[in-house]
Design a protein around this ligand. Structure first.
Ligand SMILES: [Fe+2]
Length: 187
């Protein structure tokens, strides 16, 4: 494993493994999927994707929570630990975080990070959305249904889920198209 990804794994384990074991199981599943996906990426992008996958939910850790909005808290924590700005930014904007930031009035703070438009961005969302809370693979529709059920008492989360659904679906579609093209080129 590359140095940045290894450091990200270490940081995520330290923050999540004991205090939030279920979140840690999900994180391990996302990172494992990201590592498989990363095999089709150029050097640099591959390690960035895996590092971001390890760190994407670190903002849930009690030791990391500041605003209570986990993408922002996680991105700031990643930056404070010295991870590359690109990794922190991928954490900040993962899985339609910008939509919820707008609803929470945190868009200005999230704008401290630069959202990138790339296959790395899409693959991070894809790895997250295709992994259930226990770390197992899941379909897009099942994952969205699971999130909706888990957040049933959180109207802001439900509104963010609805508003962010097209962006989530588009990222999923682009990731699957990229996977199909990667298979074609390799075959
Ligand atoms: Fe996640």
């Amino acid at each position: 494993m590359d140095d940045v990804a290894r450091a990200a794994q270490t940081a995520a384990r330290a923050a999540l493994a004991v205090t939030l074991p279920r979140r840690w199981a999900h994180t391990r599943g996302v990172a494992g999927h990201a590592r498989v996906l990363a095999a089709g990426l150029p050097p640099g992008d591959d390690e960035t994707l895996v590092a971001a996958a390890w760190l994407h939910d670190i903002g849930y850790a009690p030791s990391v929570v500041r605003t209570g909005f986990h993408p922002l808290d996680g991105a700031r924590h990643a930056r404070s630990l010295g991870f590359p700005d690109r990794v922190a930014a991928l954490v900040a904007f993962h899985s339609a975080a910008a939509v919820k930031a707008g609803l929470l009035g945190l868009a200005d703070q999230l704008a401290d990070f630069a959202d990138e438009c790339s296959i790395v961005h899409d693959l991070l969302w894809y790895a997250d959305m295709s992994t259930d809370p226990t770390g197992r693979p899941v379909s897009f529709e099942a994952r969205m249904a699971e999130v909706r059920l888990r957040r049933a008492n959180d109207p802001v989360a439900l509104a963010a889920l609805d508003l962010g659904l097209p962006a989530r679906r588009d990222a999923w579609r682009r990731a699957e198209e990229w996977l199909r093209s990667a298979v074609t080129c390799g075959g």
